[in-house]
Design a protein. Structure first.
Length: 500
């Protein structure tokens, strides 16, 4: 007799209910038989059954036994009967992929990631293959949590089938929480030619340093999918060739926090497929070595992406390309982007080369609200080679603030100064004000308005200059001039007199 059934019968016997009663009693008869209260229903006992992999499936988790058959039988039972099963602490060796059949209302919960571990001993195969058998009713309402996935051997990036979790069919309304991925190529992969997973809650995922490809690969997903929520992800990029998150695609999508560390192979962090709509709370890259042409975050055409914070730095953050350029954010790669907005950028590097830029884009709107650029003179965009300066706005520089009285002196405008600059003290000699001339720091629409009120009286004029060249001379008081910058594909700064 099944040990669980035996335990249930024993508990019924303690209550004075015989075996015959257990086999024939119904809810209606139970109410009519005047049994001693409180009565324990059969349904309640079944809810208390132990659906652990050891008790129900016979898996040992001793890091010696091949548990493939036992775990597969256990998974089949959980899915078919809509049960939650527990996978106790231990290392469960398997020698073939575990198939998750189509089904709904089931869960697999480990003890804790690191304590519960599934170890694949065969190279270049998945650990969990989710619904690989073809079109079926959509898999929904399921959960996998508190498990570490690992391989016996290191898997090179060329082992493209070494995926701890492979989505072979489109699934929805699920939860992947508190999981650790120790080895493999890409930890989570969507099989090409199917719809991506949607309506998922992904949280507390750790992608460890021996993953050779990256964290996720959605290359070939046939449609954009909605309503995913990514919580906190920790990604150790040490061995990853990248992109770490490859060809992600979706809309109505939020990401809370992603922490990247040790990108020592110069991996691209994120690439998003065209049309993706996503809001990201915060991201950080701490340490990495980038010496080749690279876009750290690449957004396809018509993407709409909003990032709250992005921090890059550390005690070993190298951005110094031997050829080509390095760009932190490349929007509209291969075509026009929809919109990109970044709330706060904090950037630092221990080694920064000349051809490193914060942002590049091909049409579409781009906005950075606030920046803290440390240690080195960072370049914002390459205005000679890209149109980025035509579509970018930096709110920190375009701030509409009014300065204090700049007094009886020359003045050189620094980026971030008030846009409305006022001279209110009588000049004792001719004075000048210099507009910024750092070509790769400027963008279309940046303006400075210069006001003379009580300052100018010939011959003590105010000359507006850029790079030493006079742009306009204010000869009479009570004068306001405005200069607006327009990108020009030449070395000449495009300051245009737009108001007098």
């Amino acid at each position: 007799m099944d040990p669980i059934r035996r335990a249930a019968l024993a508990r019924l016997a303690q209550m004075g209910i015989g075996v015959a009663y257990f086999s024939r009693i119904s809810r209606t008869r139970a109410a009519e038989t005047n049994l001693a209260a409180p009565q324990m229903k059969v349904e309640t006992l079944l809810e208390d059954e132990n659906f652990s992999a050891r008790a129900r499936g016979g898996a040992r988790g001793d890091n010696k036994t091949d548990d493939t058959v036992a775990l597969q039988a256990w998974i089949n039972y959980l899915v078919a009967n809509h049960k939650r099963g527990t996978l106790g602490a231990g290392t469960y060796r398997i020698s073939a992929p575990l198939i998750i059949p189509a089904g709904y209302e089931w869960a697999i919960d480990g003890d804790i990631a690191g304590a519960t571990r599934i170890l694949q001993t065969t190279d270049n195969v998945p650990i969990l293959n989710i619904d690989p058998t073809g079109p079926k009713p959509l898999m929904h309402t399921w959960r996998i949590s508190n498990i570490e996935f690992d391989y016996m051997n290191d898997q090179p990036a060329s082992n493209e089938n070494a995926n701890p979790i492979l989505f072979s069919q489109m699934v929805c309304e699920f939860s992947l929480t508190n999981l650790r991925f120790s080895r493999g190529s890409y930890a989570i992969k969507v099989k090409p030619g199917i719809g991506g997973p949607w309506g998922g809650d992904w949280d507390g995922l750790v992608f460890a340093g021996k993953l050779s490809g990256g964290a996720m690969d959605w290359t070939g997903a046939v449609n954009a999918v909605p309503n995913n929520r990514w919580g906190r992800f920790f990604v150790e990029c040490h061995s990853m060739a990248g992109p770490v998150f490859r060809n992600i695609k979706g809309y109505n999508w939020t990401i809370d926090t992603i922490e990247f560390i040790a990108a020592n192979r110069g991996a691209q962090l994120i690439s998003m497929q065209p049309g993706t709509v996503c809001t990201i709370g915060a991201m950080k890259l701490e340490n990495g070595i980038y010496r080749d042409n690279q876009n750290l975050i690449a957004l396809g055409p018509a993407c709409h992406v909003d990032i709250g914070q992005f921090c890059i730095g550390g005690n070993a953050m190298i951005l110094n390309p031997a050829h080509g350029t390095i760009t932190l954010f490349a929007t509209g790669v291969g075509g026009a982007t929809g919109n990109f907005e970044l709330g706060t950028l904090v950037a630092d590097a221990t080694e920064l080369g000349e051809n490193v830029f914060l942002i590049s884009g091909d049409k579409g709107g781009m906005r950075i609200k606030d920046m803290v650029l440390r240690t080195h003179p960072w370049q914002i965009c390459d205005n000679l080679k890209t149109v980025s300066g035509e579509t970018l706005t930096i709110s920190q520089y375009k701030n509409d603030r009014l300065s204090e009285n700049l007094g009886d002196s020359n003045y050189s405008i620094k980026l971030g100064d008030p846009n409305l600059l006022s001279f209110e003290s009588k000049f004792t000699a001719p004075r000048s004000i210099d507009l910024p001339d750092s070509l790769n720091q400027l963008f279309n629409g940046l303006y400075y308005e210069i006001r003379a009120d009580g300052a100018v009286r010939e011959p003590n004029t105010l000359t507006v200059r850029c790079g030493g060249d006079a742009k306009y001379v204010i000869k009479t008081d009570k004068t306001i001039v405005r200069f607006t910058w327009r990108r020009a594909s030449s070395a000449t700064a495009g300051w245009i007199l737009t108001n007098l």
